[in-house]
Design a protein around this ligand. Sequence first.
Ligand code: NAD
Length: 497
Amino acid sequence: MAAQPTEYDQFIDGEYTPSESDERIEVSFPYDGSVWATVPDGTEADVERAVDSARSAFESDEWRGLLPSERASILHDIADTIDDHAEELAELETRQNGKLIREMSSQMGGLGEWFRYYASQCRTHEGRTIPVESKGGEMFTYVREEPRGVVGAITPWNSPLLLTVFKLAPALAAGCTFVHKPSSYTPVSALRFAEILHEEAGLPAGVYNVVTGGGSTAGEALITHDDVDKLAFTGSTGIGRHIGKAAGEALIPASLELGGKSPNVVFPSADLDNAINGVIKGIFAATGQTCLAGSRVFVHEDVHDEFVDRFTSRTEDIELGDPLDPDTEMGPVAFRDQWETDVSYIETGVEEGATLAFGGEQPEDLPGECFLQPTILTDVDNDMTVAREEIFGPVASVITFSEEEEVIELANDTDFGLAAGVWTEDMRQARRFANRVEAGTVWINEYRTLSYNAPFGGYKDSGLGRENGKEGIDEYRRTKTVWVDESGSVDDPFKLG
Ligand code: NAD
């Protein structure tokens, strides 16, 4: 008999709290469709309580009054707690979205580094004094960077905790408090994360609250709440635009990490073994369900045929299977709707003239209804739908080019600008491409690497603001300038100066 699903409550004010709603959301394992958890389908009232709790925590001496070294110490304790729970959190992630345990284990194993890095930012944070010329130099200003306040964070399903931590670690380091609405496909890891951070890492109650629920209900209540000081969003460009409008209406800042349609460019001098591995890493890792997906593969005509042959035969060997098995190379698509979206894009590609070089089928020997073969479309033109819209699945579109100038234009001929890859042994050519491509991240002879200290974010419709690095913490601070007059007398009160 199948085990009963675990029932979770909301995590508000440092503890599990029943929702105002009786409605539940089921969480299933995409490998076989089994439901293993349920969470509340949260309401506006849940969001209200979470924001109140975050506000009280923000104003409390226990949080706001921390010295930099004390705040850093809590962040270190969080990092150690994550390390202790890395395997458990990795399994929760895989059970929610079907991503490989081998990827989620390494993500969770590295997550603590974000908190250690931002702990170092607490300890090394310094102000500025600016000598102004007023009063013959007898005035000066100093600049304070203060926490923004209560953050409303909304995250997607594809790397749930990693993308949460991109926001939470700098926000806590800056002194903010947090209300988080995770994706309704992947809410459990956030709840458990909040629990261990409060119970084992000593995070004061109310600093990190999790409200589960739908985007148009709990999500909407959070982005329109009038006591939220900053929005931090990762997700699709369409919802990001909507959140940007809500932030504009409330006159609060929003950082928006959105979709992509990234070019991955193979020049003739590329080491083809590396390039093929890099292209596979770009589009079939994580079953293509990554914002960074190198979904437009531009291949120079001189190496096109050889590249396609070798890319296809390497793709045929990709091992599909149970994402909890460390040997599996590609797991299922995260849910059936996304599977149908992927298949319909493949059909559109073929209708518009692309050739299905490999894939497009649901393998018969695997359970559930979410497996899709890694798929290669060739003869793609950059104007086709499959080259213009984000698919968010394991579908590579191969496009031929003949000149460097041409491929730079093609790479930039897109609404998106999240990332780009370039494969060449000619480093001057690589840097020319990197300088001119309109993307927030460029890899030369690699793909899909990230670090806590390297700024990350999009150009164009791929987003606003940056996560990670020093830029990441600046998103959670606001600047105050304090003027000090040491002259002892006030000038002419009727003029500016
Ligand atoms: P999505 O935009 O559908 O949902 C993201 C989150 O927004 C979810 O939590 C959802 O419940 C919430 N939401 C939906 N409607 C809302 C509303 N009206 N108000 C408030 N919240 C609302 O995205 P998804 O399908 O979960 O994730 C896939 C998308 O995320 C892809 O486009 C992908 O490229 C993007 N993504 C971007 C990055 C990045 O760093 N740039 C990283 C990962 C994923």
